[in-house]
Design a protein around this ligand. Sequence first.
Ligand code: VIB
Length: 214
Amino acid sequence: MRDAAQGPWREYTRHAFVEGLKDGTLPRAAFLHYLRQDYVFLIHFSRAWALAVVKSETHAEMLTAVATVNALVAEEMQLHIGICEAAGISQDELFATPERPENLAYTRYVLEAGYSGDLLDLLAALAPCVMGYGEIGTRLAAEATSDTYRDWIDTYAGDDYQAACRAVGELLDSALTRRLGADFRSAPRWERLCRTFRTATELEVNFWQMGLTP
Ligand SMILES: Cc1ncc(C[n+]2csc(CCO)c2C)c(N)n1
């Protein structure tokens, strides 16, 4: 799926916003604006992962989906609350953040992929978010030249997050095999799933771009 999204994948994982996290040149105002939007994003993303529980067909699928819902609500949203609180942005303010159109487009696209499709359609739309941050985290942990955004980088480079990426990868592989067979890349649906993955990747690029314009 990533190979089919080549150009956008590179724009996503090497966006100017990401490079600014790496060398510490990203303005603090842009980072806080991004975090506030991302908090709203995570609310809707949690809903999409809850929909993955609904669309599961096995206990193993349910387990991974429900673990992701919990990680999102209990840990990742908590990270944003903590960083914003330290910057003087209260939780009430955070919750009341007006949603930017780039944010709305992305999360509702993912939810719609799940509403109108099955677990595969939903996972194809969810995967770029999970895997992209995994790639960005490991690269920045190795290449960062500043400690300004070290906490953020360490969250995504850390063992817990990397293990979550592997679990989602295994869920995607097994869900594909179960529904389309071991040779799922030759199935008629494969191309469309790759297109969904690519569109979600493009929406990630727009999200970074939104981050640069508070
Ligand atoms: C725009 C945007 N894209 C991806 C992530 C990362 N992320 C979103 S949900 C989740 C947990 C597993 O799905 C992770 C790591 C983010 N925070 N904001």
